[in-house]
Design a protein around this ligand. Structure first.
Ligand SMILES: NC(=O)c1ccc[n+]([C@@H]2O[C@H](COP(=O)([O-])OP(=O)(O)OC[C@H]3O[C@@H](n4cnc5c(N)ncnc54)[C@H](OP(=O)(O)O)[C@@H]3O)[C@@H](O)[C@H]2O)c1
Length: 287
């Protein structure tokens, strides 16, 4: 692939009618310490990586208060504040990390309000462009969680509301309360369990942020899928990760992958995938 290295080559998608971003974003979960806990081993390298991503046209970055916790948001502000006007930062609340292994759901309105206030301070923004409910809390109705995000939006602390790890039924309940501009579910070439959620997003113009977009490459559960990716990668003289991303981009116009990495080499490899056009025979082989 000899195309220019820029996320803009993936095309654009609009969130909430006013935030137009390049369709290849960056997931800032992997810039923290091992196990998404604490500081990264080399803070300066993480800062350089974030600046490099923006330099290469990334203008949508996903983070969460739970990454670190707090470390990912702190690093984003440290690396990129004052933010370029075109940069959209989407953060999340609703998961708490009392320990490295713990990702506990807390969708209570009072927790979401406190989490949002913390993110506003760490990111040094007001409003937050996109604030996502990280995951529904099974102990309370999703309407109570989203209801608090609606109030935060009315107060000017959130521009748009997104959700994550939802079913179509949960998404439809959220849409009764407010426009939902993005859905972030696990989705990749190997794991298409959220195909129905993606179809709903495509039909309603909601951006779909597949998390673990590269899992199909390294951790595919089905060997035949890994082999299919490898064959296409060889034919296109690309890496398996690049084919996995290109497949996502060509699968739906609302798709906004957010691959994460702590490596500058992998960052550049992933952004190069924005320029990889899979041919009909490739897409047939990847059905
Ligand atoms: N909403 C949710 O519940 C949820 C859950 C998980 C993640 N997320 C979001 O989604 C983003 C992406 O998810 P993810 O990090 O789990 O999955 P991913 O982006 O599919 O995979 C990241 C892993 O792949 C490696 N990698 C990255 N680029 C590579 C390349 N070109 N070649 C080979 N390996 C590569 C990374 O290691 P290196 O550092 O060595 O490159 C890292 O271990 C996260 O950053 C986060 O923002 C959301």
């Amino acid at each position: 692939m000899n195309s220019p290295l820029n996320a803009a080559a993936a095309g654009q998608v609009t969130l909430g009618g006013d935030l137009r971003v390049n369709r290849l974003g960056f997931g800032a979960m992997r810039i923290t310490g091992p196990g998404v806990w604490g500081d990264p081993p080399d803070v300066s390298a993480a800062v350089r990586l974030l600046r490099r991503a923006v330099h290469l046209g990334v203008n949508f970055i996903d983070t969460a208060d739970a990454y670190g916790p707090q470390v990912s948001e702190d690093l984003l502000a440290r690396a990129l504040y004052p933010y370029p006007p075109e940069l959209v930062i989407a953060t999340k609340g609703g998961l708490v990390r009392p320990a490295r292994e713990a990702w506990n759901r807390d969708g209570r309105p009072e927790h979401l309000r406190a989490a949002c206030e913390g993110s506003l301070k760490r990111l040094r923004v007001e409003p937050i462009d996109v604030y996502q409910l990280h995951a529904p809390d099974p102990t309370i109705p999703i309407e109570e969680s989203i209801g608090e995000l609606v109030r935060l939006r009315a107060e000017g602390k959130i521009r748009h509301i997104g959700v994550s790890n939802v079913t179509v039924e949960q998404l439809e309940r959220c849409e009764q309360l407010a426009p939902i501009v993005s859905v972030q579910n696990r989705y990749n070439f190997d794991d298409r369990q959220s195909e129905d959620v993606l179809e709903h997003c495509a039909a309603h113009g909601i951006a779909f942020l597949p998390w673990a977009p590269l899992a199909s490459g390294r951790h595919a559960t089905r060997p035949e899928r890994r082999r299919a990716l490898a064959r296409v990668a060889e034919r296109r003289q690309a890496s398996v990760a690049q084919v996995a991303l290109a497949w996502l981009l060509q699968h739906a116009a609302v798709m906004l992958p957010i691959p994460g990495t702590a490596s500058q080499t992998h960052l550049e490899e992933n952004i190069a995938a924005a320029s990889l056009q899979l041919a009909g025979e490739d897409l047939s082989a990847l059905r």
